[in-house]
Design a protein around this ligand. Sequence first.
Ligand code: EPU
Length: 339
Amino acid sequence: MPNILKNISLKPYNTFGLDTSARLFVEVKSLEELQEVVRSSKFKINDVLVLGGGSNILLTQDMDGLVVKNSIQGKEIVSENKEEIVIKVGAGTNWHEFVMYCVEKGYGGVENLSLIPGTVGAAPMQNIGAYGVEIKDVFVQLEALHRFSNKMEIFDNATCEFGYRESIFKHSHKDKYIIVNVTFRLSKRPKLNLDYGAIRDVLAEKEITEPTIKDVSNAVIEIRQSKLPDPKKIGNSGSFFKNPVISKEALLSIRKDYPEIPTYPIDDNSVKVPAGWLIEQAGWKGKTFGSIGVHKKQALVLVNYGAGKGADIKKLSEDIQASIVEKFGVALQAEVNII
Ligand code: EPU
């Protein structure tokens, strides 16, 4: 049984760098260790928070219960032929390290998802996505431990119910499973996904006409580094809000005053609009309030410059939501899990 520690600061375990504490804390490095913890009375009688890379949570209070840090590693080739490779990866593996492994080996499919903070096990929870690719595009299945029965169950692409930053693990299966490993199908003859404008621009700047997956990965890393704060330097959780989907009618009304509003097509009746754009137009971009604020280069990202408190970031997010409703009549939904 791994050691259950007492009164541990969670600062190193969340990318917002918030200094809240856990009354009980345990790190698990294998399925066996995880199952021992799940069997223990401390797990059964306490509120439990499972952490991956802590890159999509806002901790607004001390945790009176048990925090389980999932550090299950491992990489196993399930099958392989000339065209593709199927790999099973431990949930606690750092996501970007896994992407770098694929890029170095020439396995295509996740290069557009370079430099996303967090772990492999957390990635399917919210179907991580960037630059025209989502994890569901390369996902085969995952194995998760049921928190109450302590048994492993398999979820495939359909049963995960993936959507835009969504899966069943954020809804009906919330807090019921702990993801143990994820299996991906990657291509040895990858079709590159360059449609997201900025990628082509970066490649053109470098005069790369026949890009490899490494070139695409490097371009994505460059774009992310130019816009998004490095959580090791400035605490943040990436996009704080989801990009909202609004009706065409609502769009027409916003367009009267803001003809330049960017949109992404959804269907005949609705469009997705960038929350970052709305927040910038409402005047929040780069605003600082004590130790917290709205990132200077991407208004969708809330930041902790050091001594910030989760509750203050939550309050700031609510003030932003209220101002976007007032100005545009649009409701922004948090993408980050507020605990
Ligand atoms: N924009 C502004 N002002 C801003 C930010 C954005 O006007 O402060 C405009 C941009 O000019 C552009 C549009 O909004 O026209 C979209 O901006 P961007 O390309 O930066 O992407 P995003 O929609 O803000 C989404 C994801 C990011 C992902 C990028 C690239 C969500 C919630 N966010 O952001 O994901 O990296 O696209 O694919 O869907 C994350 O989830 O943590 C994340 C960083």
